[in-house]
Design a protein around this ligand. Structure first.
Ligand code: PMP
Length: 364
């Protein structure tokens, strides 16, 4: 499937890791609801917390010291916990939630589906002109277009920011500085590929916000699976170990290996697209990556493809050639754009290139 962001590409690495990334959970583990009653997030497994802090310090993509960690059932649950925590409980009107187009297609639905009295979707951050409180969602690198982003509204105390950093990992983009925003969301889904483990985490500066986010998860699911946290801890541990111990030239370093794979995929996709003027792709600046110690250009998890003017509906056009994508309409822009996953397994990615090549050959 080219339209979802299912990260099946990463499976071959974990298969090669074999039992190094396995854990055993005994029958007498995970009975209690509680993990650490002295922590604000009382259902956070200490082992998972330790590995989250460690991976950020090894990769250098976020400052984790002095931050509270809240674990969630994927970053999707933490996103909702953040809206709950940042919206005042007794305001006269629901809080505006905005994000600059093209924004992650799930934000409007996640914000609106419960018709909350606390917050409401207010659309494109670039068009937000109200002198009212708001929450701005900043996704960086952005899903769908892969660009590094900053907040666009900047209306001082009226605004609260949520930074969704799901893709701020070195297989996708240069790590230029450790992020130190007030509220940052991460997920194993896009970092290691373990989307089915349903584990995300928030780094939260403010104690009260962390407490309210924890309350949301308590009310929503009474915590987060300990089994999943322990598994995610093991996976993150393997990741940190491979970064610290892999010798130069080896492919065992996860990020190095997948940076190579992503470069190859992007080079092949660009080579196909360049054969005609039917489609175009964004160009990214070359930046210095502190993690790898060299320069490279972003190679995002999604290709944000634009069709030529005379193709009104790019999604339907590609669908008629057996390529399933997600239309720009879902991301707040027009149907000339589509998003295509770059994280599918090799066989599916090869099929995508084959079918794109066929379209291009036949329209010459
Ligand atoms: N944020 C962004 C920007 C995403 O692309 C995704 C997954 N597509 C998520 C959050 C949700 O991730 P999770 O699997 O952790 O719920």
């Amino acid at each position: 499937m080219f339209c979802s962001g299912d990260p099946t590409m990463f499976k071959e690495y974990w298969e090669r890791m074999g039992d190094k990334s396995s854990i055993t959970i005994t029958g007498w583990q995970s009975l209690s609801y509680f993990s650490n009653t002295s922590n604000i997030c009382w259902f956070l497994e200490p082992e998972f917390e330790k590995e989250v802090r460690r991976i950020h310090s090894v990769v250098g993509n976020a400052v984790a010291e002095d931050y509270h960690i809240v674990v969630g059932n994927g970053s999707s649950q933490l996103f909702q916990a953040a809206l709950f925590a940042l919206s005042p409980a007794n305001a006269p009107h629901p809080m505006n939630v905005v994000s600059a187009v093209p924004y992650y297609s799930s934000y409007p639905a996640l914000t609106e589906y419960l018709k909350s009295g606390l917050y409401k979707w207010a659309g494109d951050a670039c068009n937000f002109e109200e002198e009212e409180p708001y929450i701005e969602l900043v996704t960086s690198p952005n899903n769908p277009d892969g660009f590094i982003r900053e907040a666009v509204v900047n209306r001082g105390k009226l605004g609260k920011l949520v930074h969704d950093l799901a893709y701020y990992w070195p297989q996708y983009t240069a790590i230029t500085a450790p992020a130190d925003y007030d509220l940052m969301l991460f997920t194993v889904s896009k970092c290691t590929g373990h989307a089915g483990t349903r584990i995300g985490w928030a780094l939260v500066k403010d104690r009260e916000v962390a407490t309210k986010m924890t309350k949301f998860i308590e009310l929503n699911t009474i915590g987060v699976s300990k089994d999943s946290q322990l598994r995610a801890a093991k996976i993150l541990q393997v990741l940190s170990n491979c970064c610290e111990c892999a010798r130069p030239g080896e492919t065992e370093n996860f990020f190095k290996h997948f940076r190579g794979q992503m470069t190859e995929r992007w080079d092949r996709l660009r080579a196909v697209v360049k054969c005609s003027d039917l489609f175009s792709l964004p160009e990214y600046p070359v930046e210095f990556c502190n993690f790898f110690g060299d320069f490279f250009e972003a190679q995002p998890a999604f290709a944000w493809l634009k069709c030529r003017e005379y193709i009104e509906d790019c999604e339907s056009f590609l669908k008629s050639h057996k390529i399933i994508t997600r239309s720009g309409r879902h991301f707040g822009v027009n149907s000339k754009y589509v998003r295509i996953s770059m994280l599918d397994r090799d066989s599916t990615f090869n099929l995508l290139l084959q079918r794109l090549s066929t379209i291009i050959q036949n329209t010459h």
